[in-house]
Design a protein around this ligand. Structure first.
Ligand code: HMG
Length: 445
């Protein structure tokens, strides 16, 4: 069967940054370690006044098309995943296509365009749509463009303010891809949950502590569902485990639970038994509470073992490096985690071709999805040329007062005039509103 998957990836970060330890923590009266160590985010990327989900998505897509030498004729679908849409009818993909048509010969009239929401899971669902469209033979030789773009802002003063971020990831989905091939097997964990939502409002209503529990519960269901079709998973089956990363601290929790699950009934559990005992089995406890208590004690011990720490350093830590520098990008989050791991491998000269990753996507509300990806021969070339380091290093460092202004500029309820902090060059910018209240964009040379 022909492989289908991700042929190219590009990223566009918001051009401003908020330093959580140096700038945010002192104003909040918090220890900087809460952000750098506990939550795990050093900087949040934020959009300059002329940036939004359309400019960031279009800029990532243009970089991708230029690098691959594509024209609109080569693209048969444009799907956008976002939780920050400003239009309840006209999809963001049409705005992005309009931007791209300003700079390329030809147009995207032949391209199917859509929009999805559900955090990074919706980015993955766009990959699925592209995968299925290609597999069904409906693509007429064309590739699909998937763009995950978000401005993840919380109400000022909300605990979520520490996990903000803004940026976009663009991916090209094609046959015989250069970067990864997607597995046919998938697992889901899905339930009607009320932990993070935006019912016709820009900033989320969040029950932060509950959202963590819901994430873990749905992820576990998805893993069990995945194993029901793909067979049991083992730590050695996968080189990396990229997960939805609202902040690295969340992934630390998920990784520990995941490791306990995938080492159960394996030689790793046996090898650990001398030091920390076997994993608790529910049938050996009289009450659920006793069992849960025993699990917590086992996990505390597991966290300190050499085996777990080595696995975490190799298989998880590389996936959260970029997230720690940019914050939560909602729909782009797991796609950043995958990219982060591939970049780490490239910089360490690891040969990944043929290796597998287990990818865990998630969206509040809530649903998790797990599938495997096989790294392809062209992966290194596909990630080595990216300008991620330069983009992150070039961000403007906001003072707290400037951050408040930027937050207000992007608050749909406020109208404030603020000078831009950076100079746009070779990119799409927001220029104002048109006669039907549509947002308008231009390419700046
Ligand atoms: P909080 O209550 O301000 O933080 O909110 P905290 O007091 O729980 O501290 C955070 C961590 O830092 C804790 O670690 C502390 O111990 C540690 P933990 O105990 O959890 O392992 N800490 C320190 N560590 C070292 N040195 C110190 C120190 N002080 C504290 N000095 C919270 C944190 C994440 C709840 C908040 O930021 C929030 O509500 N965020 C938004 C919701 C969220 O991100 N949820 C994650 C799961 S849901 C999801 O991923 C979906 C999402 O992307 C939405 C979507 O798109 O669908 C969010």
């Amino acid at each position: 069967m022909t492989a289908v998957g991700i042929d190219a990836i590009e990223l566009w970060s918001g051009k401003l940054r908020l330093d959580l330890a140096e700038t945010f923590a002192p104003v909040k009266g918090e220890d900087p370690g809460k952000y750098t160590k506990g939550i795990g985010i050093e900087y949040s990327s934020l959009p300059d006044v002329y940036e939004d989900i359309v400019t960031m998505g279009a800029n990532a897509a243009k970089q991708l098309m230029d690098r691959k030498g594509l024209t609109p004729e080569d693209i048969g679908r444009i799907d956008v995943a976002t939780e920050s849409a400003f239009d309840n009818s006209k999809p963001v993909s049409t705005y992005i296509a309009g931007c791209l048509e300003q700079v390329y010969d030809g147009d995207f009239h032949h391209a199917n365009k859509g929009e999805r929401k559900f955090a990074c899971l919706s980015g993955t669902q766009c990959l699925d749509d592209a995968y299925n469209w290609i597999r069904a033979g409906r693509n007429r030789g064309r590739a699909a463009l998937v763009i995950a773009t978000d401005t993840a802002l919380y109400e000022r003063g909300d605990p979520g303010e520490a996990t903000q971020g803004a940026g976009a990831v663009a991916m090209l989905i094609d046959e015989e891809p250069d970067i990864v091939a997607l597995s046919t097997e998938q697992g889901y964990g899905s339930a009607d949950e009320t932990d993070f939502l935006k019912p016709n409002q820009q900033f989320p209503s969040v029950d932060g502590k509950r959202s963590i529990q819901v994430y873990l519960a749905r992820m576990r269901e998805a893993l069990e569902d995945y194993e029901s079709v793909a067979g049991d998973t083992h730590p050695e089956d996968f080189v990396y485990f990229p997960f939805h990363t609202p902040y690295p601290g969340m992934v630390r929790k998920a990784a520990l639970l995941g490791y306990r699950h995938i080492t159960r009934d394996t030689e790793i559990e046996d090898a650990l038994a001398d030091d920390i005992g076997m994993q608790p089995r529910e049938e050996n406890y009289e009450t659920r509470e006793d069992y849960e208590e025993a699990i917590r004690a086992y996990m505390d011990e597991l966290k300190g073992t050499r085996q777990y720490q080595e696995w975490y350093e190799q298989a998880i830590e590389p996936t959260i490096q970029v997230s720690g520098q940019v914050g939560n990008w909602y729909t782009a989050s797991v796609h950043l985690a995958r990219l982060s791991a591939l970049r780490a491998a490239a910089s360490e000269d690891v040969d990944l071709a043929g290796e597998k990753m287990l990818v865990g996507s998630y969206g509040s509300g809530a649903q998790a999805e797990i599938h495997a990806e096989t790294v392809r021969d062209g992966w290194r070339e596909g990630v080595e040329g990216l300008d991620v380091d330069a983009q992150l290093a070039d961000r403007y460092d906001l003072s707290f007062e400037e951050y408040e202004l930027v937050h207000d500029v992007h608050n749909h309820q406020k109208e404030v005039e603020v000078e831009e902090f950076t100079q746009p060059e070779g990119e799409f910018v927001f220029t104002g509103w048109g006669r039907m209240n549509e947002r308008r964009y231009e390419y700046v040379e």
